[in-house]
Design a protein around this ligand. Structure first.
Ligand code: ATP
Ligand code: MG
Length: 267
């Protein structure tokens, strides 16, 4: 019998949905620790649904987007990584690792503010080894006028002055606002037709938990690449094509599932 109160945690490793249940567990635990907002649970569920329709794997076009994203981050004068509750709960160590390799600070930026949430996220990032965290001094924040939500507040030493902002799991309004103030935006979003996906310059249609390790790997490979090579990667990348191919990937996957389902379903 289990001694653990959390059932997800007891899921055997050979369970076909082990990975998915493990990340649900992280999100739920994150909510208990105030890292994740209640609405973050639903956002995660929406992500899972799209992930299911992508076959829960990183597509070839997502790999291309990851390479373009890394090249853009290396070409940036001042790149910043925006962190929300879900990302902090799912992959704090990888956020810190990427931030160190590409030399971009982490900025905590929340849609749902609650007493203690910033401290909880700061702690999980610090425990993961973060040295420089922005967005924690609320009295010093400045506003992005184009936005009405809580997230209009940004750090004057971070997103405010950044030229490239990496925003895993972003909200559409904010992506649009960041574009209006002329930032280059890199998003990770499993939904290829969310407003975020359509507004971003580079949209990685993939699960953040698979994207970050791949970004870190590519960042290590491109670390000493010449500017010319990086520019070439960015110039040949086309986000419109990326969205089209990502949607086609979903369509093809569903068609295959339909065929397979009919092999199981009896008359
Ligand atoms: P938008 O505001 O961009 O139109 P939305 O309102 O439908 O999108 P939000 O709740 O603002 O969605 O943001 C959550 C988004 O994050 C969803 O599109 C969801 O698919 C995506 N998402 C959730 N979990 C993950 C994850 N682990 N990896 C990548 N994307 C995710
Ligand atoms: Mg939204």
């Amino acid at each position: 019998m289990s001694t653990n109160n959390n059932q997800d945690h007891d899921v055997p490793k050979d369970h076909p949905r082990y990975e998915s249940l493990k990340y649900r567990h992280n999100i739920i635990e994150g909510m208990k620790k105030l890292i994740v907002a209640e609405a973050g649970l639903m956002a995660h569920g929406r992500g899972e649904c799209f992930d299911y329709m992508l076959g829960e794997k990183t597509s070839e076009i997502a790999k291309e987007s990851i390479e373009a994203a890394v090249a853009l981050l290396y070409l940036a004068k001042y790149p910043v990584i925006s962190v929300n509750g879900n990302t902090a709960a799912l992959c704090p160590k990888m956020l810190v690792e990427l931030s160190k390799i590409i030399n971009a600070p982490l900025e905590i930026n929340l849609f749902y503010r609650k007493e203690g949430r910033i401290d909880a996220i700061k702690k999980v990032l610090e425990d993961a080894g973060a040295e420089m965290i922005l967005g924690i001094n609320e009295t010093k924040m400045v506003e992005i006028e184009e936005l009405s939500s809580n997230r209009r507040n940004v750090d004057p030493n971070g997103i405010k002055i950044a030229d490239v902002v990496f925003v895993p799991l972003e909200d559409g309004d904010r992506t649009e606002a960041l574009k209006k103030i002329e930032k280059k935006v890199i998003a990770v979003d499993l939904n290829p037709i969310s407003r975020t996906s359509l507004w971003a310059d580079v949209t990685i249609v993939d699960n953040i938990v698979r994207t970050l390790p791949k970004m870190i790997k590519i960042a290590n490979i491109l670390k000493n690449a010449e500017e010319k090579e990086l520019k070439n990667i960015v110039e040949k990348y086309d986000n419109k094509r990326n969205i089209q191919v990502s949607l086609d990937t979903i369509i093809q996957y569903i068609k295959k599932q339909k065929k397979d389902a009919f092999k199981i379903l009896k008359d």
